[in-house]
Design a protein around this ligand. Structure first.
Ligand code: NAD
Length: 443
């Protein structure tokens, strides 16, 4: 089948590569010429495990191609996926500018029936806007060409994106036309073999499902961070509480890890956007507001601990930062807690020595060169001469470091662990002053 994907970011590129991997002909279109040039050279602009291999292989086989020619994209595929960004507007609502620009291009260039599939995360009602946009452009062209609009939100996780796409837990498709539903079922059949994962529903429910899923996960995180904050105040150990509640099968262990807050390109913007949608429809979404507020404070809470430890003044101090990406296995630093912490430390007059296994290039792109920022070559280099170590992403490589080295190379043996990856007892025995989340300081 011929498939066009607009947007070659995390979602579009993975979608395109995975559809090509199962034998389809895929054309990826992006307005970022530099990105397209790199992709044509087999240079993958993002870090995503397993992605490079399938992009290179399918490009070599001629099943996966890249272009910035929008018209060529519209002519190419029966299936026209929209996988462009939907960043927050000034008021937190989803900015649909890019989605509607693609819809307009499809209307301008389509010559025959097309299925327009919205994979971007978009508020309820966006399929109607896409349909209206295409219809009005066709009307201006005096062209009577049939098309369908489908909602097909994406649930892949950065860091596991290829696996998630190839073995999805569910394929949500919002569709109002039985024939198009069957075409979508057929398109996804290679990923739907072991058991039925294809969930067809009405379009508005599909659009809301994506926001509900991300908001539920963000709620679990903020809830657990709230329990961590209570634990610290009452002298309880949140890790014991986590095990105590997670073993209840109705609760489960996933997404109840306390930490320095959630980040990334999805949870923060999607919680906000759903809250704004609710407000637009006259509903005050209090849980979502609280989820957002707790997360905002959580990102700053570790800075308060650092400041308290150093007597309220951080001027002239240097901190080793382990972890910049918003979570392990990605180079994505969008809304990452590391950014809030680093910027707060700078504001307080401190310097940082940062290290991340894959996000160094991204950090340099964001922050460039500054006197108060040193890009370390490895974890040990970051620690060298720092006043304390701050752990912000739970990369495997940080889990069992050479603590003797850390103690030797820090000016004072102090660790602020924003992900609770170390044992407080072990830290104390090893001679560290150890701060974590939801557990009393030790040492
Ligand atoms: P991204 O920023 O990585 O990529 C978006 C791409 O779209 C960019 O390369 C941009 O140049 C391109 N683009 C913008 N306008 C265009 C146009 N008119 N024509 C062609 N290309 C255009 O974004 P992403 O992380 O891939 O997210 C895309 C959508 O998927 C968002 O709505 C996001 O919320 C959703 N989503 C993201 C994830 C994730 O983990 N990143 C997961 C599920 C859903």
């Amino acid at each position: 089948m011929k498939i066009t994907i607009f947007g070659s970011g995390y979602v579009g590129l993975v979608t395109g590569a995975c559809f090509a991997e199962v034998g389809n002909e895929v054309l990826c279109v992006d307005i970022d010429q530099n990105k397209i040039n790199r992709l044509k050279e087999g240079d993958i602009p993002i870090y995503e495990p397993g992605l490079e291999d399938i992009v290179v292989e399918n490009s070599r086989e001629g099943r996966l191609r890249f272009t910035s020619d929008i018209e060529e994209g519209v002519q190419f595929g029966l299936y026209q996926f929209i996988a462009v960004g939907t960043p927050p507007d000034e008021d937190g609502s989803a900015d649909l500018r890019h989605v509607l620009a693609v819809a307009e291009s499809i209307g301008e260039h389509m010559q025959e029936y097309r299925i327009v599939i919205n994979k971007s995360t978009v508020p309820v009602g966006t399929a109607d806007l896409v349909r209206d946009k295409i219809s009005s452009v066709l009307c201006a062209r005096a062209a009577a060409i049939d098309f369908d609009v489908v909602s097909n939100p994406e649930f892949l996780k950065e860091g596991d994106a290829v696996d998630d796409f190839m073995k999805p837990e569910r394929i949500v498709v919002g569709v109002d036309n039985p024939r198009t539903k069957e075409l979508l079922r057929f398109l996804y059949s290679p990923f739907n073999r072991s058991h039925e994962r294809f969930l067809a529903m009405d379009i508005r429910s599909a659009e809301l499902t994506k926001y509900a899923a991300n908001s539920m996960l963000a709620t679990k995180i903020s809830f657990m961070n709230e329990i961590a904050n209570i634990s610290e105040r009452v002298g309880a150990d949140v890790e014991a509480v986590r095990r105590g509640i997670g073993s209840d099968s109705r609760i489960g262990f996933s997404f109840i890890y306390p930490g320095v807050g959630y980040g990334g390109s999805c949870f923060p913007k999607d919680v906000q956007a759903l809250e704004r949608t609710a407000r637009k429809y006259g509903y005050d979404a209090r849980i979502l507001q609280a989820v957002e507020a707790v997360n905002h404070d959580q990102k700053n809470s570790i800075v308060a601990k650092i400041s308290d430890h150093f007597g309220g003044s951080l001027k002239g101090r240097t901190f080793a930062i382990w972890g910049l990406a918003f979570k392990p296995n990605t180079d994505d630093m969008r809304e990452a807690p590391s950014r809030v912490v680093i910027e707060a430390l700078w504001k307080a007059g401190a310097s940082v020595r940062v290290y991340d296994p894959v996000a160094m290039e991204e950090a340099e792109r964001i922050y460039g060169k500054r006197e108060d920022l040193y890009y370390a070559a490895n974890p040990e280099d970051a620690v060298m001469g720092s006043d304390a170590l701050v752990v912000l992403t739970e990369w495997m490589v940080f889990r069992s470091p050479d603590f003797e080295m850390v103690k030797r190379d820090l000016k004072s043996p102090v660790i602020f662990d924003g992900r609770n990856i170390y044992s407080p007892e072990f830290m104390e025995q090893s001679g560290f002053t150890y701060y974590s989340i939801g557990r009393l300081p030790r040492g």
